[in-house]
Design a protein around this ligand. Sequence first.
Ligand code: PMP
Ligand code: GLU
Length: 398
Amino acid sequence: MQIRLSNTVNNLVESATIKMAQMARDFKSKGHDVISLSLGEPDFDTPGFIIDAAHEAMKSGYTHYTPVPGLVEFREAIVKKLKRDNNLDYDINQIVVSNGAKQCIYNIAQALLDKGDEVVIFAPYWVSYSAIVELTGAKVIGLNSEVQDDYKVTADQLKNALSDKTKFILFSSPCNPTGSVYTKEELGTFAKILEGYPDVLVVSDEIYEYIVFEGEHQSIAQFEQVKHRTIVVNGMSKGFAMTGWRLGYMAAPLPIAKACAKIQGQVTSGATSFGQKAAAIALLTESNEKAKMKAIFKNRRDLMLELMNGIPHMLLNIPNGAFYLFPDVSSAYGKSLNGKSINNSQDLAEALLSEEFVATVAGASFGNDNCIRISYATSENQLIEAAKRIRRFFEKLK
Ligand code: PMP
Ligand code: GLU
């Protein structure tokens, strides 16, 4: 029998972050001493009080289906959180909880996009944005930015990209993969530009909200011009070290929230019940766990910047959030190592893995082939050893 897969899946690119994390595991299982700086997930375990809350929830009957858009307690907690942390006002019916922020973005794309529509995405962007948009037949309009501009898109770039085909703009701040954080002023200028495009929606991915080192996280949803047409995406994975729980949420204009719940009702029926109960407690409990994790990430960022200093071919911005470095390594292209020539970010990431057993992710999949992504969500000892290997690798290039 010949199995014929759909054109949809044949045309879908594999997630580069997940692929590279798997390659690292494969190398490890063959006995190599791999340091994986590929997957973007906190290395911390979920704080104990959240795990205890999930146990309690299971024991007290939270083992059934929840309403499709989410458990009432969790959605109420999200509404409170959005008011408390972001000064944003939402009704519980505007909140939809999904299996990770990834599914929120998927739901949004499915709810809004048709073939021929355009989505303006700030690049470098998280790998799944383009794949999720392209699955619908819509077109990605990427706005490039480079290391010397702290990987920030300008208001003029945004203005030039918008058209009557634009359905929404999509970006993350803090940004995966660059760690860049847009300021209130910068977001305000985007909002002003959007005033002239009243039918364009904004999808603001704020999943790294709690990992900002200097200044405060800002949401574009605070601006009058775009308040009523912004979809805020957030989740438990990064700030609370809950990646495996698969819990994300969005706050959206009511028709969009309803459309996303309708899709979800046919696809997953919603997220795990006891996880949602525990996540509600996580959002509402005062605890210094988030701050502790953030302080550790900041120390690691500073350590990495110091360790990377002076490595040939590596140009860096100073990331103000998340837990990634996104160095421009393009001056190494054209060089080679042990007969293998390095002409792009994929060649470089693969050579670094096979030569020095350090797993990173090629920048091409984030929309910038000049770069590689290094996740520093791992212990200081691992980072020190990884930096040694990375330096040796670049010094060996001829
Ligand atoms: N957005 C960004 C920018 C991310 O880096 C991630 C990481 N996985 C997600 C969304 C999705 O997170 P999750 O599905 O784990 O909530
Ligand atoms: N967001 C993380 C990353 O960028 C997790 C993997 C994924 O979902 O892409 O590595």
